[in-house]
Design a protein. Structure first.
Lengths: 350, 122
């Protein structure tokens, strides 16, 4: 049996707590990013002999709490698909803790603790992603931030929130071009999650403006389900395996519907950006890069659709490039990790 | 039962001489209802104006001082702490949970970003 080489990590951890997935990221000393992710959902079963037997035979990940078994993560979805019925519990809704589920918060913390692990140094800096307040619904994410910050602090971390879209700026390092030269860490970033689209305008690594819109990937699935009558789990499968936004099979009504709702989502977000950033346009010179990431942006040719929407819009900036993050799924976590490592460097320079 | 004075029902008592016997005409009803109503309204208006004129300047005087917003962060913090329940002895097998994926980035670019960010505040 070969011995596992002990991996040495740089102090500083990034945590992306999304509606669909939790991702934690650390960087090794040789520069590799180690991303650990887990699907953020649960399925509850009553405690009895049959369910105990199922857990023993299946090796499903589970937590037992309040006289129920909770199957966690991908296993929850596998089980629901296998038995053909049941409701998946999602501890997060629209990018924040789901307030309607009493049991979800402490289960979520238990799961986060298992994924994140313990600090590797005393008061290790940790940055956890947070959505900006939404502009299309009444929402205040202050409580969500405080709960998570308190939780990570109890774990022994020096924890701070970080805007989800700003994480993309740090991970992808966009540059603006003007007659006076280039400005690093400057541009627009959009994180297209399941529950929300998070947006920011950054200048030299600082946020000038940030907001979110609540209708994103889940809304696309929901609307497609309504118009086609096909179950969401099947729609998600088609979206993740077949959909190419540059080559829609119009004979497949699911693909046709997905294409329409993708267009609606993209155009809506571009419209909001045009309105929200108008007053900030004077603070940013030159032509900007637009960084794109998030699970909802993963179908091929998503960025082409975005470029078309930008051309038709009244955006107050010139965009010289739309860039899809090379790691769209891990980009938020990686950006948070980069910021946390920078925090450690700053604190240890003093 | 009537009222009696000296055994005589005073109600049946004849009026004293000289006193008019025919019933006095009822006092004329002055139909001043509308006028009275107007007066009441005018009075009410005058009172309201007086009150408003008193309140107006008072409000103006206090509104020049900015109202300090109530800081609810201490209360929220307590609720947040109460939500974090340590279920250390929970039965589970999630220790090895999580799929791992390694990614590589341009190390020089990443280190440059880290250096830039380490000079920024929070």
């Amino acid at each position: 049996m070969t011995e596992k080489k002990e991996v040495k990590f740089r102090p500083g951890v990034g945590v992306d707590i999304g509606t669909s997935f939790i991702v934690t990221v650390r960087q090794t000393e040789d520069g590799t990013f180690v991303n650990k992710f887990h699907r953020n959902c649960l399925f509850s079963m009553d405690v009895n002999d049959e369910s105990a037997d199922l857990l023993e035979r299946s090796n499903y990940f589970f937590v037992k709490a309040n006289d129920k078994y909770y199957i966690v993560g991908e296993d929850a979805i596998s089980l629901v698909n296998a038995i053909g019925k049941g409701t998946i519990i999602r501890p997060m809704k629209d990018g924040v803790l789901n307030p309607s589920l009493k049991e979800s918060s402490d289960l979520l913390f238990f799961i986060i603790k298992a994924i994140v692990g313990d600090p590797i140094v005393k008061d290790e800096p940790l940055r956890f992603s947070c959505p900006a307040n939404a502009i299309d619904v009444v929402m205040d994410n202050l409580f969500h931030k405080m709960v998570l910050q308190g939780f990570f602090t109890k774990m022994g971390y020096n924890a701070k929130p970080i805007n989800e879209a700003m994480c993309l700026i740090y991970d992808n390092a966009p540059v603006s071009k003007s007659s006076e030269g280039e400005n690093p860490l400057t541009g627009i970033a959009t994180s297209w999650g399941a529950g929300q689209v998070n947006v920011c305008l950054a200048f030299k690594g600082m946020s000038l403006s940030e907001f979110s819109c609540t209708k994103s990937g889940d809304n696309i699935d929901e609307q497609t389900e309504k118009v086609t009558g096909i179950s969401r789990s099947k729609i998600v499968k088609i979206k993740e395996k077949k959909l190419d936004l540059g080559n829609i099979d119009m004979g497949d009504r699911v693909q046709a519907a997905l294409s329409i709702f993708y267009d609606e989502t993209i155009n809506r977000v571009v419209h909001y950006i045009s309105e929200q950033f108008r007053e900030k346009s004077s603070e940013v010179d030159g032509e900007l890069e637009w960084v794109v990431a998030g699970g909802t942006s993963m179908p091929p040719n998503f960025c082409k659709r975005l470029e078309e929407a930008i051309k038709k819009s009244n955006l107050p900036f010139k965009i010289h490039k739309v860039v899809h993050s090379p790691q769209p799924f891990y980009s938020v976590g990686q950006g948070a990790a980069i910021r946390a490592i920078a925090d450690y460097q700053r604190l240890n320079k003093k | 039962m009537g009222d009696f004075a000296n055994g005589v029902n005073i109600l049946l008592r004849q009026p004293e001489p000289g006193r008019p016997t025919r019933p006095t005409a009822p006092a004329p009803v002055v139909k001043e209802t509308k006028i009275e109503q107007k007066d009441i309204n005018a009075i009410a208006d005058a009172v309201i104006k007086a009150i408003n004129s008193k309140i107006g300047p008072t409000i103006a005087a206090t509104s020049s001082q900015p109202v300090k917003e109530f800081d609810s962060s201490a209360s929220l913090d307590k609720i947040a702490q109460a939500m974090i329940i340590d279920r250390g002895n929970k039965e589970s097998n999630v220790d090895k949970m999580g799929t791992i994926k390694e990614t590589k980035k341009d190390q020089a670019s990443t280190d440059k970003t880290i250096d830039l960010l380490s000079k920024l505040g929070d």
